[in-house]
Unconditional design. Structure first.
Length: 130
């Protein structure tokens, strides 16, 4: 009988709030940064904006759009537990055409903006040279 109570006591200690074992079991999944690409046509541009605005206006404000040249594309960095969870933050109408890539947590929207600016300048120089 003493052994039974000892086992029960150990189980209670292991499951008690504040114990490391209980924390491991209830810890939320870690989040990662995902780069979501929203490619679209010139004709679809207005509907993409409308879907984003209707879904969540704050999400729309985070999208970096590059629709001034021939390519119509938007990028957003989303923090989520998985690719599926990142896509779930988008309007349902845009999920099928979106692509998702895991990126380094240090990559911010500003970093991405700078990279895109450099790529656009390189492409413009290439077009001038051709």
């Amino acid at each position: 009988m003493t052994r039974l109570w000892a086992c029960v006591a150990v189980g209670v200690v292991l499951l008690a709030p504040g114990s490391s074992w209980a924390e491991e079991e209830s810890a939320p999944p870690s989040k990662h940064h995902y780069l979501v690409t929203l490619a679209h046509t010139e004709e679809d541009h207005g509907s993409h904006l409308a879907h984003m605005k209707a879904h969540e206006a704050s999400l729309l404000a985070q999208v970096e759009w590059d629709c001034k040249q021939a390519d119509h594309i938007g990028w957003i960095i989303i923090e989520a537990t998985s690719e599926k969870a990142a896509l779930a933050q988008l309007p349902a109408a845009l999920r099928a055409s979106a692509s998702v890539e895991l990126v380094a947590p240090s990559l911010t929207a500003e970093h991405f903006r700078q990279i895109r600016h450099q790529l656009n300048e390189a492409n413009a120089l290439k077009m001038v040279e051709d």
